[in-house]
Design a protein around this ligand. Structure first.
Ligand SMILES: NC(=O)c1ccc[n+]([C@@H]2O[C@H](COP(=O)([O-])OP(=O)(O)OC[C@H]3O[C@@H](n4cnc5c(N)ncnc54)[C@H](O)[C@@H]3O)[C@@H](O)[C@H]2O)c1
Length: 350
């Protein structure tokens, strides 16, 4: 693991989806390393948001662009001439994808085509990291971790749109020889997630006076990890691509096997750590299909990149509790967030 702050100092980085949960964390990390960040998103997806609470817009070029609008994406690239592109903009929610498959495919598949097209015609671009998901794999519930060679698929519109985005990236790589890597990360948790239907966001809503945390799939197994873990992998990939190393293609970034746990396990541990009583109840549904078992084999990232999860799940949960305590007290959210990034990055810095 070696994120090199010197590499990022003054680097022009275009982040799509910078207003979202992962995008806001990445943007703050890049700011902290002195990068010149151009963020491209269609809006701020939640209220509250990490983006607002940690004052992410101060210090970035904050563009409102829909990735479905190819001309607008082209213009943003032409105007800002990025060296590094991290593509994270997506309709990222499984349950919403059942309700609105058309917008999900348009954003996640054609949005990826539009970003790759713009990158292809921008001569300054030296590295592109395309962010997809552990859900992009065809999940036959075999109970084993996916490796990068497993076939793409997806049961629901979100998962299959991410599988399709991977196929798009693979075709662009073969056809146009771009400096392009695709990253598949598991269930990402951290302070500042307020998305609908996400477990940590439901916990936050409960802590803000909302109903007990609804537990939809208590036995579902997920590769939980702190958001900064996969982000360190994305930064590492970008550094190496820009240095001309052949790290093109697909990469898994998942936690150690001990951190692949059920939803019920995570909620129980979290309620032990949470300062106030955390009430939760099983939501009997009916629920749309979600994968029962998801795990990623990250041997390739470990052996070829030297990547490791910087924080294990216990450290992730401590950081999460610290973050929401600051948020709920309306105190120092930006400095707590940056403080966590600094703590984490001392582990991952070169
Ligand atoms: N959070 C997770 O657990 C997780 C797990 C695996 C993969 N991912 C992937 O990581 C990426 C970021 O996830 P997140 O959790 O931060 O999602 P998020 O929903 O919090 O943020 C999504 C971002 O994409 C932007 N966006 C959505 N539609 C857009 C459009 N049409 N045009 C421009 N911007 C648009 C939103 O404004 C926001 O900035 C996504 O690609 C997601 O699929 C997330």
């Amino acid at each position: 693991m070696s994120v090199d702050p010197g590499f990022w100092q003054g680097r022009r980085v275009l982040v799509t989806g910078h207003t979202g949960f992962k995008g806001a964390w990445l943007t703050l990390w890049l700011q902290a390393m002195g990068a010149t960040v151009v963020g491209l998103s269609d809006g701020v997806p939640t209220s509250p948001s990490l983006f607002a609470a940690a004052q992410v817009p101060s210090g970035v070029t904050d563009l409102r662009v829909d990735v479905r609008d190819a001309d607008a994406v082209d213009r943003a690239f032409a105007e800002h001439g990025p060296e590094i592109v991290v593509h994270m903009a997506a309709q990222s929610l499984v349950r919403r994808s059942y309700r609105d498959p058309r917008a999900t495919y348009a954003t996640n598949v054609m949005g990826t085509v539009n970003v790759l097209e713009a990158a292809r015609s921008t001569s300054s671009v030296a590295a592109i990291v395309n962010v997809t998901s552990d859900k992009s794999y065809e999940n036959r519930e075999l109970g084993r971790a996916f490796t990068e060679d497993d076939p793409m698929g997806g049961h629901d519109p979100y998962s299959s749109s991410k599988g399709a985005a991977e196929l798009v990236a693979a075709a662009y790589l073969r056809s146009y020889d771009l400096p392009l890597a695709s990253a598949r990360a598991g269930n990402v948790i951290g302070g500042g997630d307020f998305s609908e239907d996400r477990l940590l966001a439901d916990v936050a809503r409960h802590a803000m006076g909302g109903p007990p945390v609804p537990i939809r799939n208590p036995t579902a197994v997920r590769p939980w990890q702190h958001v900064l873990n996969p982000l360190s992998g994305y930064l590492e990939l970008a550094q190496r691509l820009a240095a001309g190393e052949d790290v093109r293609g697909a990469w898994n970034f998942g936690p150690d096997p001990g951190d692949v746990q059920t939803v019920a396990w995570l909620v129980e541990r979290l309620s032990e750590l949470w300062p106030d009583e955390l009430r939760w109840e099983i939501d009997p549904g009916p629920h749309p299909h979600e994968a029962g078992h998801l795990a990623l084999d990250s041997t390739k990232a470990r052996t070829e990149l030297g990547w490791r999860p910087g924080w294990d799940l216990a450290q992730a949960m401590e950081a999460i509790v610290e973050w929401y305590a600051a948020f709920l007290a309306d105190r120092h959210v930006r400095s707590v967030t940056i403080g966590q990034i600094e703590r984490f990055s001392t582990l991952t810095a070169r």
